[in-house]
Ligand binder design. Sequence first.
Ligand code: 7TS
Length: 436
Amino acid sequence: MTTDPAGCKTIGCSACGDRIVLPGSRAMDPMKIRGDFPILNVQVHDGKPLAYLDNAATTQKSSSVVCALCDYYQFCNANVHRSLHYLAEQATRAFERGRERVAAFIQAPGVRNIVFTRGTTESINLVAHSWGRKFIRPGDEIVLTEMEHHSNLVPWQLLAKEKGAVLRFVPVLEDGTLDQDAYRKLLTPKVKLVAFVHVSNVLGTVNPAKEMVAAARAIGAVTLVDGAQSVPHQPVSVEDLGCDFLAFSGHKMLGPTGIGVLFGRDTLLESMDPFMGGGEMISRVTLEESTWADVPQKFEAGTPHISGAVGLGAATDYLTELGMDKVHAREQELTKITIEALSAVPGVRIFGRAPERSGAVSFEVEGVHPHDLAQFADREGVAIRAGHMCAQPLLRKFGLPAVARASLYFYNLPEEIERLVHAVRKAKEFFAHGTR
Ligand code: 7TS
């Protein structure tokens, strides 16, 4: 490893020997960080600088991640876990190194606990299919919350329908926190699974996951945490959380799209049936029947997203080098600025006032439809999202068909938040008087 005068470290990729540039210890300098993300410098709509505030949907990718993908395809590409030639061994090593880095990133006991999937959605569907269909019986209860993303709701609806199980929901209170008293009351011996979102993609609420997991485990329920909006933004340790399953997506944490993770406890993964059948997930196959490979391969049928695992590994390297505690602290600062600045605009209502919250800030502006606002902001170079955020039941609870949402990551700047607020003020003006 070498370190240049700017503090950047260059390491050799263990698989292909090529260099990977990592940010240095002085890297929380925002301008230096932004140098690692060329896309943040693109200009949109006739030369407007881009303010990318849609990070809950997907984050941008650091050059180190893009380089790792390039290096992989240029120098290491082959299929994994099968051929014996040089490149096949390099590719297998690179792929498995990705798994090792992911395991270390969330403090999993080992690589056996890390199943690669396409993303959070597939990870949750895997548990519903492979664990749920085997262990859920008629009359069993599954506890979810009212703030779930559709991906932690619909798979359980399908399972409950098939198995005659009952879904129960922890209510969301006015401030965007979960009703913890109601949660405790729902925890009866009938409950077999508790699945909940760690950080809401709409309200930004950080749920007390460790305590919720402990309460569920005390009654013998299996626990699944949707970490799509937590793992990228704060230190998350499965050892500390104590959950049985944790699901998250690579693309929301600097990694490529199409790669995600299911962490699972050894004993549970071993007890579950396969998710999909095909190559790689078998031990022995006859014409009539098959036996399964050991975990995690049992759940990884077919050729996996090899470069995705390599890219996700590079993403965890980048985040680890920055320090997840610093990533979190920086986002907390930006979130505070965003909430204060938006709250100062008359007619702006922010949803989610949890004492502990993340940088997903949903809001509405009096007199401006969220979709119009997002379109207007886009013309100003400010990228935000509008819509139901894949959480229709939650929005319905707040009486809203849609909201606007700015979502932050460590590479954002206070100036970008100012530009958002400026766009909001201008949109209000425009929709009130028809002037720009
Ligand atoms: N769970 C949560 C809490 C999410 O925010 C999302 C995606 C998912 C699950 C699904 O992740 P995927 O990678 O499998 O699609 N959330 C968002 C969002 O808020 N805007 O676009 C996608």
